[in-house]
Design a protein around this ligand. Structure first.
Ligand SMILES: Cc1cc2nc3c(=O)[nH]c(=O)nc-3n(C[C@H](O)[C@H](O)[C@H](O)COP(=O)(O)OP(=O)(O)OC[C@H]3O[C@@H](n4cnc5c(N)ncnc54)[C@H](O)[C@@H]3O)c2cc1C
Length: 529
């Protein structure tokens, strides 16, 4: 009999499998799709064009996962984005951030001397606030209802860090608890800077910059030390799938078996205990424990017999918020865009980082969210474009390129219409936003794929298209994620665990959920011996 079955080979399922196998357990992973990695994949959508079909940059990946699984020796190479971002404006001006600090300050000074003074202090506060929260990412959340001695050490570390913030404590608390608007307006006066920084608060969140709690999403997106450099996001050589493949390789090297193209139909129950899984072809697979990398809705409303769940737990799962504003456009290009005001042959620094387009100030960002809330497609949505082949030629045929456009503030379905009716016209509108600052861009598109929220649900199995496996609102973080009382990866079904982004510390390509879940499983199995 297997020790553990993992449902799903998202990067978290693979991470959990790698740690379980390294602990000497017999592990098998079943993945419904033919490709491993879940939302962290590279797919050759068109001959010679390899795209990071969902997630497109790595920044949150936990350093412990990289080190402990020796991912570099399994093929992981990170290509840091320097500079980090480029915000071109319709009048030909632009704002470039990241990379060299002096250069960033000079860039900001062109819009506001006051902002240029404030920016290094703002970065320092974010950095110090991140250091308070970060140690909590690598541990299971403490549960006030069931305290354990071992929870005290990380809590004490975080409390010590919080006390050490001293003068910065108020700014950090405001950031954690408030809206992105209140934080950004208190620091800065120039809109290109505010709206560029607000992006991190809005990606994947059903929220506008004025929504309370968006400050935490901002912090969530600046945490991490990919490649050893804090706050620097990187491309993965070969696309994001190479990261999942590296984790899969580490898992296999430790003895885990991974079966793609094999859907689990349901969790096999023996009373209130998981006995294994039943595959889509009807075959049962017995295991001492089952870990689900599927999101909480898919797991508890799709894979587990509802009769096995306590009523209050099932009701809380039903209340989880899977609304998502995100739409992804993947493109094959015959050339890199040439931005107005940028001379010289591409690629230039403007192609290295994230290009910010569309909604150009906080009011416009609030307006685009208001459109989504009303079921409308925004005129000027928030768009983050990346051109990874500018740094990684392996992704496209010689001279050709790939681009990712992550677009926020679309509804689940356009009111009174459908995505089938609106998808192409909306994508044309998004491409036209690039034409405004890089004339001729639309004409350079060879192929495109447009994934609206229902498409993200259909292709990747993400409920509601939610990229985080459920909202990252303050009431669903830490010991409240996914639901109060069940934040330590265990579930009301004995021997059934969650290991995906629906658990603490949430969404993004981090590996933390998988690593933390594996630690709890290993502890339970050792106790059961
Ligand atoms: C469009 C998009 C862009 C994003 N951009 C970024 C980014 O740039 N950077 C970043 O850090 N994060 C990004 N994210 C978020 C991040 O990708 C996810 O939060 C993260 O990858 C989730 O990982 P996971 O392993 O927990 O779950 P998933 O990746 O969702 O994996 C779950 C796996 O389980 C499988 N599965 C489900 N049910 C079954 C079943 N019954 N049988 C077998 N297999 C099953 C699924 O097929 C899937 O492979 C993005 C997400 C999306 C969708």
């Amino acid at each position: 009999m297997l020790d553990a079955v993992v449902i799903g080979a998202g990067h978290n399922g693979l991470t959990a499998a790698a740690y379980l196998a390294r602990a000497g357990l017999r592990v098998r992973v079943y993945e419904a799709r033919p490709v491993l990695g879940g939302a962290c994949v590279t797919e050759e959508l068109w001959p010679g064009f390899r795209v990071s079909r969902a997630a497109y940059v790595a920044g949150l990946l936990r350093p412990k996962v990289v080190e402990e699984l020796a991912l570099a020796s399994h093929g992981l190479r990170l290509l840091p984005r320097r500079p980090a971002s480029f915000t071109p404006l319709a009048d030909g001006r632009s704002l470039t951030l990241g990379g060299d600090r002096a250069a960033a300050e000079a860039e900001i000074r062109r819009f506001s001397a006051r902002d240029a003074e404030a920016y290094p202090r703002y970065e320092a506060v974010l950095d110090r606030a991140s250091r308070v929260v970060e140690p909590l990412l690598d541990v299971s959340p403490p549960d006030p209802a069931r305290p354990r001695w071992r929870d005290l050490a990380p809590l004490a570390r975080a409390a010590r860090g919080a006390l050490g913030l001293r003068r910065d404590a108020a700014a950090a608390a405001r950031l954690l608890l408030g809206s992105a608007r209140s934080t950004l307006e208190s620091w800065f006066e120039s809109e290109p800077l505010r709206s560029t920084l607000a992006t991190d608060a809005l990606i994947g969140a059903w929220a506008g910059p004025s929504t309370p709690g968006t400050g935490y999403v901002l912090l969530h997106h600046v945490m991490g030390e990919t490649g050893g450099a804090r706050g620097v996001w990187a491309y993965v050589e070969g696309g994001m799938g190479r990261l999942s493949e590296a984790i899969a390789s580490a898992a296999r090297a430790a003895g885990a078996e991974i079966e793609p193209d094999c859907r689990v139909a349901r969790v096999w129950l023996d009373g209130a205990r998981a006995r294994g899984v039943v595959l889509a072809d009807g075959s049962p697979v017995e295991a001492r424990v089952v870990l689900s990398n599927a999101d909480p809705r898919c797991t508890f409303q799709g894979l587990v017999d509802p009769a096995a769940l306590p009523e209050d737990f099932a009701a809380d799962v039903a209340r989880l918020d899977f609304r998502s504003p995100s739409l992804k456009i993947n493109l094959a290009l015959d050339a890199l865009p040439r931005f107005r005001g940028r001379e010289g042959e591409p690629p230039g620094p403007e192609h290295a980082g994230t290009v910010h387009l569309g909604a150009a100030d906080l009011d416009a960002l609030d307006a685009s969210f208001a459109a989504a809330e009303a079921g409308r497609l925004p005129e000027r949505p928030m768009v983050e474009m990346t051109l990874p082949s500018a740094l990684d030629p392996s992704l496209a045929p010689p001279g050709r390129h790939v681009a990712s456009m992550f677009v926020q503030h679309v509804p689940w379905q356009p009111a009174g219409s459908s995505w089938d009716a609106e998808r192409d016209a909306f994508a044309d509108r998004v491409l036209a936003l690039v034409d405004e600052v890089a004339p001729g861009f639309s004409a350079s598109v060879l192929y495109r794929e447009v994934l609206a929220p229902p498409d993200l649900e259909r292709v990747f199995g993400l409920s509601g298209g939610n990229i985080f496996h459920g909202a990252m609102t303050l009431d669903r973080l830490g010991f409240l994620r996914p639901v109060p009382g069940w934040a330590r990866y265990r579930t009301p079904v004995a021997s059934l665990y969650l290991c995906g982004a629906g658990t603490h510390p949430g969404g993004g390509v981090m590996g933390a959920c998988g690593r933390n879940a594996a630690r709890e499983v290993i502890a339970d199995l050792r106790r059961a011996r």
